[in-house]
Design a protein around this ligand. Structure first.
Ligand code: NI
Length: 140
């Protein structure tokens, strides 16, 4: 496919059980969407992002959101160390002080899924981190 044709739209048909289609339409109409094609494109992108996350050498964009108690001993030192160890996949991060004890940090990453998964596991292993949520996005 020539590079200038990559955004060309293609019509195709698929076969699904009627009940599945009815439920799908109920969901996306209640979501105030009125374009079935756009709803399917949205799901396809999510599927691609999910598959790239599973594929160890797939390049992905992911935001990692962590919540933690910054008063716990060693936590901030280990968190900084984990981020320096994975600095080549971190694009930027944003820190928000939720209340006196709790911090929320959003880390935007780009890189191979296996390295971002290793980074995510390192974050989960830091005592005092309350949650680690990963959201993988597709650029296609
Ligand atoms: Ni804070």
């Amino acid at each position: 496919m020539p590079p200038d044709d990559k955004d060309r739209l293609i019509r195709f048909s698929i076969t699904v059980p009627e009940k599945l289609l009815c439920e799908f339409e109920k969901c996306y109409y209640s979501d105030e969407r009125d374009n079935r094609s756009e709803a399917v494109r949205f799901l396809m992108r999510e599927y691609i992002a999910g598959e790239r996350w599973k594929c160890s050498n797939g390049e992905i964009f992911a935001t990692i959101t962590i919540v933690y108690d910054h008063h716990l001993p060693e936590l901030t030192r280990k968190l900084t160390l984990a981020q320096h160890d994975n600095g080549d996949v971190i694009i930027c991060s944003t820190h928000v002080h939720i209340n006196h004890e709790t911090c929320l940090e959003c880390i935007i990453t780009k890189g191979l899924s296996n390295q971002i998964q290793i980074f995510t596991e390192a974050l989960k292993n830091i005592r005092g981190i309350k949650s680690v949520n990963v959201n993988v996005s597709s650029e296609i």
